[in-house]
Design a binder for this molecule. Structure first.
Ligand code: WQD
Length: 329
């Protein structure tokens, strides 16, 4: 199939682009490099030894998006492009609502106009809010603690309502848990701009000596060791989940958790990183981070049953591959 990958130069987008090309699909990437680097495009080609079409555009721009759809026969869209920093979304709500919602609307309109009937959407476990774990796809969504989470929940509703009004338009909504790690080549990975918000890139920067120590946000949660528990999933498992989702998508609206179904605490992840990579990670326990929940992990049985997909890589693979990318090949 010919797949349009928006945000395909980004962290999850670049890994999914690799998996799509390796599965024999052709891809068109649309990215404006607002949270990614141009070298990702060359590295995707280097890893897969395949070519791709690239447009440096903002996918909220209706004219630019229409141009791509008018020039190319597109069989499906995987929409990653979006702002995704939870904390930043609290201080910049209008940027987040505009960018994340208008891009979804512009792409959906283009799909209807050009009869592109497969739309895979990059959503997030954040939409579950403070529900009881493990999170199940048919759970009632609770309000999230931030505009970022709200843009994901509202985008899901935009797509669901559009599919209801246009039965040929099929949608697969993928709710990610905590993507970490990198392609084993070390050529692509997570390279956030500035000081990382997320745990794993913060750990790798401490390992590299760029940051002095890790601040552990609270150890008084009702969890195995008091620190936050999350469902970390290797980004390549996530990428393979997207290939399965778009290949299996034919009609209706489907929602899948892409997680391992296992929770790991902050201190357990630090310990795994130290053991596998032989590097000590100094840390200090500090106050809880506002908006954090104690535990977040998936019930991933629906994706296994309907997509034939399960996460194959473990925590050791994640910390090994994350470090290989950070230290550079
Ligand atoms: C993980 C754990 C922190 C940093 C976010 C988004 C989610 C998804 C993934 C997009 C928590 C602790 C973290 C640090 C720490 N993104 N931590 N010190 O908040 O679970 O999820 O990123 O879809 O939508 O909400 O990820 O990596 O920030 O935190 O102690 O310096 O690590 O408290 O328990 P989070 P995270």
């Amino acid at each position: 199939m010919n797949i349009l990958v928006t945000g395909g130069a980004g962290y999850i987008g670049s890994h999914t682009s690799v998996s799509l090309l390796e599965a024999g699909h052709n891809i068109i990437i649309a990215d404006n490099f607002s949270n990614s680097k141009p070298e990702a495009i060359e590295n995707i080609k280097k890893i897969t030894k395949r070519d791709l079409i690239f447009y440096e555009i903002d996918v909220t721009n209706e004219k630019s998006v229409d141009e791509i759809f008018s020039k190319h026969k597109i069989d499906g869209v995987i929409h990653f492009a979006g702002f995704k920093a939870v904390g930043e979304s609290v201080s910049k709500p209008l940027e987040y609502y505009y960018n994340n919602l208008v891009s979804t609307i512009v792409l959906s309109k283009a799909c209807l106009k050009y009869k592109v009937n497969k739309f895979v959407f990059s959503s997030s476990a954040t939409v579950y809010g403070d529900n009881k774990v493990p999170f199940l796809e048919d759970m009632e969504l609770l309000p999230t603690t931030n505009p970022y989470g709200e843009t994901k929940a509202i985008s899901e509703r935009i797509l669901t309502d559009t599919a209801k009004a246009n039965p040929d338009f099929a949608v697969s909504i993928l709710r990610y848990f905590n993507p970490v790690g990198a392609h084993h080549s070390g050529l692509i990975g997570e390279s956030p701009r500035g000081i990382p918000n997320n745990l794993m890139p913060y750990i790798t920067k401490v390992a590299k000596g760029e940051l002095e120590k890790l601040r552990v946000f609270g150890n008084d949660y009702p969890t195995i060791d008091g620190t936050g528990v999350r469902d970390y999933i290797h980004v390549m498992d996530l990428a393979e989940g997207h290939v399965a989702a778009i290949e299996k998508l034919d009609k209706g609206v489907h929602i899948y958790n892409l997680g391992t179904g296992r929770g790991t605490s902050v201190l357990q992840l630090v310990e795994a990183f130290e053991k596998v990579n032989g590097i000590k990670i100094p840390y200090e326990i500090v106050q809880r981070r506002p908006g954090d929940i104690a535990e977040c992990y998936a019930d991933a049985s629906k994706a296994k049953k309907e997509l034939g997909w399960t996460a194959k890589r473990n925590i050791e693979d994640m910390v090994r591959d994350a470090w290989r990318f950070e230290k550079g090949v």
